[in-house]
Design a binder for this molecule. Structure first.
Ligand SMILES: O=C(CO)[C@H](O)[C@H](O)COP(=O)(O)O
Ligand SMILES: [Fe+2]
Length: 211
């Protein structure tokens, strides 16, 4: 089953609650929430208080992608705000195992993610502890960038390493790249600019292959 996770980074921030309701009606599975600290990535987005407000109006799975230095400092805040999945970058913490254990201790799902140039080998000892691996197919920090081709090799390597782990892909996903990442082994698709530029239902359906 392919899951679609629209990234609200491309939504109209002045009507975020309405956007979530529309996405739920259009068949989204998750809502992908990009948290940027202006340090780990060269951009600032929003924080836990925004998620807490959105939680009041949506039953969708809240998929929180932390692009922040030392994410262990904020896990509790995002759990309290209503996160269902929290994903941290291997490059963002000296204590990845401890951070993954911390996320799991709250009874929610833990994900781990890699910047494009970070090799899959860095997952060797952590992959059996996580629920999801997020493959960044653009350099994190901004929406609307082009898909990096070698991400396909990384997806295949992760699939070989642990066939049952959820593999999410984030960055430059369109109907065309979606088909390719699914063939490579991905089952969760993040899409920002593609979904928000047009009819949400048509766009979400097209990511699943037009069904
Ligand atoms: O994590 C992200 C950027 O760092 C976003 O989730 C991603 O870029 C989505 O945007 P688009 O689908 O437009 O590429
Ligand atoms: Fe993201």
């Amino acid at each position: 089953m392919i899951k679609v996770a629209p990234s609200v980074l491309a939504a109209d921030f002045s009507i975020l609650k309405e956007e979530l309701v529309s996405l739920e009606k259009a068949g989204a599975d998750y809502i992908h929430l990009d948290i940027m600290d202006g340090n780990f990535v060269p951009n600032i987005s929003f924080g836990a208080p925004v998620i807490k407000e959105l939680r009041k109006c949506s039953k969708l799975v809240f998929d929180v992608h932390l692009m922040v230095e030392m994410p262990e400092r904020y896990i509790e805040d995002f759990v309290n705000a209503g996160a269902d999945i929290i994903t941290v970058h291997v490059e963002s913490t000296k204590h990845l195992d401890r951070t993954i254990e911390l996320i799991k201790s709250y009874g929610i799902k833990a994900g781990v993610t890699l910047n494009p140039a970070t090799p899959v080998e860095s997952l060797k000892y952590i992959i059996n502890k996580v629920d999801m691996v997020l493959v960044m197919s653009v350099n994190p920090g901004f929406g609307g960038q082009s898909f990096i081709e070698y991400s396909l090799d990384k997806i295949k390597e992760i699939k070989n390493m642990r066939p049952d782990v959820d593999i999410e892909v984030d960055g430059g996903i369109t109907d065309i790249t979606a088909k390719r990442v699914i063939e490579a082994g991905a089952n969760v698709l993040v899409a920002g600019s593609y979904v928000f530029n047009g009819d949400y239902k048509e766009k979400i359906d097209s990511l699943r292959g037009g069904k």
